[in-house]
Design a protein. Structure first.
Length: 135
């Protein structure tokens, strides 16, 4: 790498290191209880949810407590559990189609990284922020 390019990169890095504390980052709110989650849904008028997870999470019953709480509060939900490791565009599209077909109001990504990695682009596609996939 030539010396000018290396110097430019170092200056760029130092500038961002200085600027990071002043940038307006949003801090996520973490819910440790489904009762807080259902309260948020009631507050926002959300009554139908798409839960994106994988077959293993569902098989071992890790969703059961949350689903029981949703049933108690009359929150309807649909589960997309076909997520695979390193989700494909097919996974994202199937989740998006299910969301639209069932007239869902929100998406929950439940499980490990693959479930979250499938949920994030599904939301982005639904919001039409940008086309993720070239036509």
């Amino acid at each position: 790498m030539n010396k000018c390019k290396a110097a430019y990169c170092r200056i760029f890095q130092k500038c961002f290191k200085i600027a990071i504390p002043f940038l307006p980052y949003r801090h996520p709110e973490v819910f440790y209880s489904t009762s807080k989650l259902t309260g948020l849904f009631e507050e926002k008028g959300i009554d139908t949810i798409l839960i994106i997870t994988d077959a293993g999470i569902r098989k071992f019953g890790l969703l059961d407590r949350m689903l029981m709480h949703f049933d108690h509060h009359n929150i309807h939900y649909f589960i997309y559990d076909k997520t695979v490791a390193n989700p494909t565009t097919t996974n994202v599209e199937e989740a998006r189609v299910l969301y639209l077909e069932k007239h869902c109001d929100a998406i929950i990504g439940f499980g490990g990284g693959s479930s979250i990695d499938c949920a994030k682009p599904s939301v982005q596609e639904l919001q039409n922020l940008s086309s993720l996939y070239p036509k």
